[in-house]
Design a protein around this ligand. Structure first.
Ligand SMILES: Nc1nc2c(ncn2[C@@H]2O[C@@H]3COP(=O)(O)O[C@H]4[C@@H](O)[C@H](n5cnc6c(=O)[nH]c(N)nc65)O[C@@H]4COP(=O)(O)O[C@H]3[C@H]2O)c(=O)[nH]1
Length: 583
């Protein structure tokens, strides 16, 4: 009797447990149970509500049927590793409802094991977090973005500026912050109403966005104040200032474009304050204040202007702008000159010259190409300027070819990367050769390694076409750039030019000496000529000759001079040449 009572009690207990389990299963969380192989055995009502799958549609299937495709294999591997190691995994996951809609859910998967530790089932619980995500998104949007324009607000700008500062400290690259304030926004707002004012701000936001790169930050701080942050502006302050200035000019130009506000045609202008930042100790607040201050200076300077925070930087940018204007004028007025520096062989005989550009400025005097070539390269003036150089040099070559004493001379001409890249470079040079009558075999183009960094197919093709005409190629400043043996072998080069920075110290600096000997050996193995530039003393010449260098250029033999001053004396020319024309 007692045994029967115990059996009834046990059964009641089991039923109660099953009832509890069944109730627990039917919760507000979606649930499904799979077998050890991952086949779905059971789902609850909430699961069906969330996923849209009826029990009969999904039982027997793998949960993969729910995959959204948004996660890669790696994601699922990590999930299964965690379940294997710790017995469970939980996290956010994007799944797909039966309707095809993709939605975010919070998912927990636990492995169920038997008494011997073997996995018998997996139990998953899931909740739809679409609303929570949307709320999070909205909070994020409100907290970090300007509700009118959708641009980042001050908080996000400060955040990004902090990261940019850290990055800049690490890389040493400059960044810039530009404070933009519209000059006459208040008048428009007051006369046309806030609604039109808002429209104008939206137009401005769009224009600023269109001009800047995707990686730049454009923020609206409120009212008519915008900030543009640029980064990765290079390691040189002057260069960074130039890029920032160019972007600033573009922004100013875009602001003054007229726009329609309703029926009204309106025009605004802006004042821009720029400050550069780098690996110094300035804080985010310092930087924003500097840009703000510079912006007030721009306003004080007459509006529709930009101003740098750093007065020295401002002066340099202005100096550069005036240099640029003068240079354009100089090309038009014929104030450029070619100087020539001799190149000699091992006997000291002049074999040719290098043409070097000079600018005779009415006030500045003789301006060095080191100053104005980078400006010309920056503003594109290098293309017409380079053609003038080539034509002048070729005329000189043709004139020398007519005299027995000078007919053997070669002419090396520097050609900048952008000049060589111009699509019509080859036909233009062909025309110059035809017009001047210069012999292409006497012309040598000095190219720099930057030309070979990109688009090498086009470069090689052009070189081969010119080579076909008889023109030679020297690689200038060899060793200072990105020297890659791969391109040395692929390109039709004739000569490597050892940069003067290595030659200068080779007697004192063993590293430079090793570099120079390596270049000479390399040139020999590639069957290229080699010439050392910047040879200033007999000791240098002797050392280089001992290493196998056969051609030299430098102050020891002559500085760059005008054609009239060239030291083409009897000592350097074969006597026979002076007495009788060559056969
Ligand atoms: N300390 C020292 N310097 C020496 C010695 N021998 C020559 N030099 C200088 O070294 C520079 C050699 O020219 P580069 O490497 O082609 O370097 C040239 C070249 O890259 C560029 N350049 C000059 N003319 C032109 C041109 O017509 N077109 C282009 N694209 N660039 C040019 O400007 C650079 C500087 O030209 P320059 O000021 O004329 O400076 C010249 C020359 O005056 C020496 O013994 N000691």
């Amino acid at each position: 009797m007692a045994e029967r009572q115990r059996e009834v009690a046990r059964r009641h207990g089991q039923e109660a447990q099953l009832r509890i389990a069944a109730m627990a299963f039917e919760t507000h969380l979606g649930m499904f149970v799979t077998d050890a192989e991952g086949r779905i055995l059971r789902t609850n009502a909430t699961f069906r509500q969330i996923t849209g799958y009826a029990a009969e549609e999904i039982v027997g299937h793998s949960p993969r049927i729910l995959n959204s495709g948004r996660h890669d294999d790696h994601f699922y591997q990590r999930m299964w590793c965690a379940i294997g190691d710790k017995g469970s995994w939980q996290g956010e996951i994007w799944n797909r409802r039966r309707s095809g809609e993709i939605y975010p859910q919070w998912l927990t998967i636990s492995a169920v094991k038997d008494d011997e530790g073997r996995i018998t089932n997996y139990v998953a619980t899931l909740s739809d977090i679409t609303e929570r995500k949307a709320a999070e998104e909205e909070i994020h949007q409100l907290a970090f973005y300007d509700p009118l324009t959708g641009l980042p607000n001050r908080r996000l700008l400060v955040d990004r500026l902090e990261s940019a500062l850290k990055e800049s400290r690490r890389s040493g690259e400059y960044g810039a912050v530009m404070f933009i304030d519209l000059d006459n926004f208040k008048t428009i707002n007051d006369s046309l109403g806030h609604h039109r004012g808002d429209e104008l701000l939206l137009i401005i936001a769009e224009r600023l966005t269109a001009i800047t790169r995707e990686t730049d930050t454009i923020a609206r701080l409120g009212g008519d104040e915008f900030v543009v942050m640029l980064h990765d502006l290079g390691l040189e302050a002057d260069e960074a200032a130039m890029v920032a200035e160019r972007v600033g000019e573009k922004l100013l130009a875009s602001l003054v474009e007229p726009c329609m506000l309703g029926e009204m045609r309106c025009q605004v202008s802006g004042s821009i304050g720029i400050t550069l930042f780098t690996d110094d100790q300035a804080t985010v607040n310092d930087i924003l204040q500097q840009a703000d201050l510079a912006m007030y200076q721009a306003k004080a300077a007459g509006r529709h202007a930009l101003c740098f925070f750093d007065p020295a930087m401002q002066a340099r940018v202005m100096e550069r702008a005036s240099l640029e204007a003068d240079l354009r004028q100089a090309l038009a007025d014929g104030l450029l000159r070619l100087f020539y520096q001799v190149q000699v062989d091992e006997e000291g005989q002049t074999t040719g010259v290098e043409a070097l550009l000079r600018w005779e400025h009415p006030e500045r005097g003789l301006v060095s190409p080191g100053v104005f070539i980078p400006v010309a390269e920056e503003n594109g003036l290098i293309v017409p300027m380079g053609l003038w150089v080539l034509e002048t040099a070729c005329r000189q070559l043709a004139a020398w070819a007519a005299l027995p004493a000078t007919e053997h001379l070669t002419m090396a001409v520097n050609v900048s990367r952008d000049q060589f890249r111009a699509p019509d470079f080859v036909p233009r040079l062909e025309r110059i050769l035809a017009v001047t009558g210069a012999r292409p075999e006497r012309l040598k183009l000095e190219l720099t390694e930057t030309l070979f960094l990109e688009d090498s197919e086009d470069t090689r093709d052009k070189m081969q076409r010119l080579k076909g005409l008889g023109i030679g190629f020297a690689l200038d400043d060899f060793g200072t750039g990105y020297s890659s043996l791969a391109y040395l072998k692929r390109l039709p080069l004739d000569q490597l030019k050892i940069d003067q920075s290595f030659v200068r110290d080779l007697l004192d600096d063993p590293t430079d000496a090793t570099i120079v000997t390596t270049i000479i050996t390399l040139a020999r193995s590639l069957e290229l000529e080699v010439i050392a530039e910047g040879v200033e003393s007999e000791e240098h010449r002797r050392w280089l000759a001992e290493q196998g260098c056969r051609a030299f250029q430098g102050y020891l033999f002559g500085r760059p001079v005008s054609v009239e001053e060239l030291p083409l004396t009897a000592r350097q020319l074969p006597v026979a040449d002076l007495e009788a024309p060559r056969p």
